[in-house]
Design a protein around this ligand. Structure first.
Ligand code: NAP
Length: 248
């Protein structure tokens, strides 16, 4: 039987690659997006072309009411989920701490941290054997920034991803006896539009000389690790923080 996965921020970048690959590997997919409905619809079309079921679902992961409505809709239209990829995430422009505002930090933590915790909470209510579910797999998107620190770039983002690492370790232990695995991927420099959203569209090319592998990674290279963690091939892998970073 096909399983159901929700990918937050599934319309573009790493999320979109994850949605398409998951569908090829036997998942039905809920493609969440915040604002870009067209991109999410394109991903849905690609998935449906493979014969899998897919829906696009708008929700700001930092908004509790929207997240609750999203989980309700996914369950009603696709059935209870066995996979969650907490992929939605944002950066901001380069700045030092002494130049940053509280509003910036709130957005950074609301979307990157609280959004992931909120979606994980709702997923556990569907997946946990304690709640009558069949178990599942949660994959959080952290970042190599959580161990590099991103000094003079965006250490607020790095700190938010550090919180994702701790959250992953704790939650994995909390639900390991309830059929749920929880892991995180820490991508390095990956070629997506996120860098343009921070005002640096050429960031991957500009920084790739700092990567020991001497190149940026692709969204699909990250998706491969995410979809493996979702799968039964990773049945004993939980509480892992996996670097997909070309040794950065
Ligand atoms: P991206 O290309 O900028 O795509 C971000 C996706 O997240 C979009 O689909 C966007 O939706 C969605 N999103 C943003 N805010 C949201 C919100 N509040 N609610 C719901 N969805 C929201 O980013 P990416 O590079 O693929 O990054 C994906 C994840 O990997 C992020 O968590 C990021 O921090 C992490 N990561 C990326 C890199 C990298 O180098 N690219 C490195 C390390 C970690 P819309 O399409 O509707 O705007």
């Amino acid at each position: 039987m096909r399983k159901v996965v929700l990918v937050t921020g599934g319309g573009r970048g790493i999320g979109a690659a994850t949605c398409v690959l998951a569908a090829q590997k036997g998942w039905d997919v809920a493609v969440n997006y915040a604002a870009n409905a067209e991109a999410a619809q394109q991903v849905v079309k690609q998935i449906q072309a493979t014969g899998a079921r897919a829906i696009a679902v708008q929700a700001d992961v930092a908004d509790e009411a929207q997240v609750l409505a999203m989980f309700k809709r996914v369950k009603a239209e696709l059935g209870p989920m066995q996979g969650l990829v907490n992929n939605a995430g944002v950066i901001d422009v380069y700045a030092r701490l002494d130049e940053m505002s509280m509003a910036r930090w709130r957005r950074m933590f609301d979307i990157n941290v609280l959004g992931s915790m909120l979606c994980a909470r709702e997923a556990i209510l569907q997946m946990s054997t304690k709640h009558g579910g069949q178990g599942g797999s949660i994959v959080n998107l952290s970042s190599a920034a959580s161990r590099l620190g991103a000094a003079s770039q965006y250490l607020d983002y790095a700190a938010a991803k550090g919180a994702i690492d701790s959250f992953t370790l704790g939650l994995a232990k909390e639900v390991a006896g309830e059929g749920i695995r929880v892991n995180a991927i820490r991508p390095g420099l990956i070629d997506t539009e996120i860098h343009a959203s921070g005002g640096l569209p050429n960031r991957v090319k500009d920084l790739e000389h700092l990567v020991p592998a001497k190149r940026g990674g692709t969204a699909m290279e990250v998706a491969q690790a995410i979809v493996w963690l979702l799968s039964e091939d990773a049945s004993y892998t939980t509480m892992s923080l996996i670097d997909v970073s070309g040794a950065r």
